[in-house]
Design a protein around this ligand. Structure first.
Ligand code: BGC
Length: 704
């Protein structure tokens, strides 16, 4: 780079400056990338692209930008392992750099408020701490390569229906404690170089046009030093956006350039606002200079291993009646089209184009189980006849919404035959979702279809009659209803959207090459009527309505487990839940309080028969005080190393006193109320193994 920021600003005309802060529209430098800045004087354009599950550049003709498909963020969160998430971020940064991309439009860290938001798979969790920590480490990984990471979508963009106009009505308390909190943690711990304001309005104002959000909270209170860009086409007034604190309008077009120049000339946009934005754009270009240095070859094999490691740690075992792990040589009958059209990711900008996807069937065939090939080839032929070969070949290169096709293509007599000649049955159930639409609380989406239920019924009936067991694999973008069928099967594995190594991950988990260590980053409700957003429908005109103008966050701070725990509602599987093939014991808890923090330490011992990793979760139950609080909140977590049978690890988790605070909307302060705080150490939010306490003797207050 030959220029210096201040010297450059001094020589730029108003038109030059405006061109720098408004993207070019269709990307030319890297055709198919999501966006690009403009070339102005000696300032060269930089390219930006998605996304959270892998680098996404849309090729055409013979030009394909293959990139590794990593597990979706919902699965990264299920690992509860920041180290693997950092590795994924680094690998994605390297691939972005390889394609001359300077800014990666990830991670997404909106909150899973609504279990059926179409983009939940692109977001981490219903909990702000887990989301924020995962995002921070992802950012550190990406930025270690010189590529900028972008936190998105700031903020309160928890539904897709009408996302460009919907007005999210939410209290300042819920915003601060839940929705902003995830971003605050990611910014303070990850130092991202960019953030993307969202499409929606927040309490009446488009987020990209909210000075309160972008200047007061983000920059003044949190000290964010990076660049703010709009989501693609967000908001309705670029001048208001720049005034509010937006620095880069994306994807941009010439009409917006004219609009902003005219506003400057007319005095409607004082030049200092424009200069502020220009400076941020130039800083971002300067910060990412190394991303545009000579192209370094990618070790694709190594990246596929990163994708595999992250996915295998994110598999969640919900149920196991002793059937898993399988022994080598087990004869397996695989039912369901998902064995062939395995979903690697969701749809929309959170999708990408890997060179291959190992389907569940391919993964199993290469493993030490013996697949009933005749049965699987029936599913293969069925899928081919229903979808067509072209569509299937393109499945992993294009995003295709696959309509549900009946799964019960086998007759009862056939199932009886398969039960006779195999040792175990595997049923694959899939659910996809994507940008621009939300899932629905109906059969075929949240609920299983009749044909899926029937398949479970007949397979269970005939396999159980032969004393053989049935395993269900959920290849899903978000929660489904499980209670109505879970007693009919023996084991349930959630593999989410596991990326390109899907089949290998499934085979290794089934065979116990790796013991499952994923934990749910969300609650699986028993039924739709139990979900907080369904309950608050009287004051909630949002989804599932088709054309909502508002969405009211009536449940306030009681999001996810905060709701189920506070109001005594039993979920199907709670936040933080996940089984292992081995067993862990928790011992010798010690709590040490200083003036600024609380240190919790304890031993975790593997008392089972397999090597495994455990996720230690610390929930704090605050004393009853003046400010409303949920029953308990996650305040720390740590995944152990791989513990061999009999091995022990001492875990230490430090919680800053500040993180115990609740937001007091009357005083506009964070307040830690005095009293006895309970430290609840669990292997899930409801399986609490150790309890201790500490006392806060006087009130602590913190400015936001
Ligand atoms: C999405 C963003 C994405 C952008 C560019 C928008 O529609 O909401 O998440 O980064 O497109 O592809």
């Amino acid at each position: 780079m030959v220029w210096k920021i201040d010297d450059m600003i001094a020589v730029l005309s108003v038109e030059d400056k405006v061109k720098l802060v408004v993207g070019v529209g269709r990307a030319k430098e890297v055709p198919g990338a999501a966006g690009e800045t403009r070339s102005v004087k000696d300032v060269k354009p930089i390219s930006l692209t998605d996304g959270p599950s892998g680098v996404r550049i849309e090729g055409s003709g013979d030009l394909w930008y293959y990139a590794t498909a990593f597990p979706a963020p919902i699965m990264l969160a299920s690992t509860w392992n920041p180290e693997v998430v950092e590795e994924v971020g680094k690998a994605m940064g390297e691939e972005a750099k390889y394609y001359n991309i300077s800014v990666l439009l990830a991670p997404g860290l909106n909150i899973h408020r609504h279990p059926l938001c179409g983009r939940n798979f692109e977001y981490f969790s219903e909990d702000p701490l887990l989301s924020g920590v995962m995002a921070a480490t992802f950012v550190r990984g990406v930025q270690s390569t010189g590529v900028a990471a972008t936190l998105k979508h700031f903020v309160a963009n928890e539904q897709e229906v009408n996302r460009r106009i919907v007005d999210t009505i939410v209290s300042e308390k819920a915003l601060r404690e839940i929705y902003l909190k995830a971003f605050e943690i990611a910014i303070k711990e990850g130092d991202p170089w960019a953030i993307m304001c969202s499409y929606n309005k927040l309490n009446g104002v488009y987020t990209c046009q909210s000075e309160w959000l972008l200047t007061q909270v983000l920059r003044n209170e949190w000290g964010f030093k990076g660049l703010v860009m709009t989501d693609w086409g967000a908001g309705d007034n670029p001048v208001e956006q720049i005034k509010a604190g937006t620095d880069l309008i994306m994807p941009g077009n010439d009409d917006i350039v004219k609009w902003v120049i005219e506003a400057v000339n007319r005095g409607a946009l004082p030049i200092h606002y424009l200069d502020r934005a220009v400076k941020k754009v130039l800083e971002l270009i300067e910060r990412t200079a190394t991303a545009r240095e000579s192209r370094r070859e990618i070790d694709w094999k190594k990246h596929s291993e990163v994708a595999y490691r992250a996915a295998v740690e994110g598999v969640v075992l919900l149920k196991n009646n002793g059937i898993l792990p399988l022994k080598p040589g087990t004869r397996v009958a695989v039912f369901g089209t998902g064995q062939v059209e395995t979903l690697k990711s969701g749809m929309g900008s959170g999708h990408n184009h890997p060179r291959y996807v190992v389907t569940i069937l391919e993964g199993l065939k290469k493993s030490e189980v013996i697949v009933d090939e005749e049965l699987s080839s029936r599913y293969e032929n069925y899928v081919l006849s229903k979808r067509g070969k072209d569509k299937l070949d393109k499945l992993y290169r294009d995003e295709i919404l696959l309509e549900h096709i009946p799964q019960d293509i086998v007759s009862e007599e056939d199932v009886a035959k398969y039960a006779e000649r195999n040792d175990v049955a595997l049923i694959v159930i899939t659910r996809i979702s994507g940008e621009g639409w939300d899932r629905k609380s109906v059969k075929g989406d949240f609920y299983l279809t009749d044909d899926e239920q029937k398949l479970i019924d007949i397979v269970s009936k005939y396999f159980h009659s032969k004393e053989k067991k049935v395993i269900v694999i959920l290849n899903i973008a978000g929660p489904v209803e499980i209670v109505s069928w879970r007693d009919k099967v023996d084991a349930i594995l959630v593999i989410w959207l596991p990326g390109q190594e899907a089949g290998k991950v499934v085979a290794d988990i089934l065979l116990g090459r790796v013991s499952p260590s994923g934990k749910l980053p969300i609650t699986f409700p028993k039924d739709w009527k139990d979900v907080p957003v369904a309950k608050s429908s009287e004051c909630y005109p949002g989804i599932p309505q088709d054309n909502p103008r508002f969405v009211v966050y009536c449940e306030d701070i009681y999001v996810g487990y905060r709701y189920y725990d506070t109001f005594g509602i039993e979920p199907a599987y709670e936040f933080g839940y996940g089984l292992s093939y081995t067993k862990f014991e928790y011992r010798d808890i010690k709590v040490e309080k200083t003036g600024t923090s609380v240190k919790v330490s304890l031993d975790v011992i593997n008392v089972g028969a397999y090597p495994g990793k455990e996720v230690v979760q610390i929930y704090i139950k605050a004393p009853k005080g003046r400010i409303p609080k949920p029953f308990q909140e996650l305040k720390g977590f740590k995944k152990t190393k791989l513990l061999k049978p009999g091995e022990k690890e001492r875990i230490e988790i430090t919680i800053p006193i500040r993180e115990l605070a609740s937001f007091d909307p009357d005083r506009k302060l964070w307040v830690v109320e005095p009293g006895e705080y309970q430290v609840r150490v669990g292997t899930s939010s409801r399986d609490i193994r150790l309890i201790a306490s500490f006392t806060i003797s006087e009130e602590h207050v913190f400015a936001p």
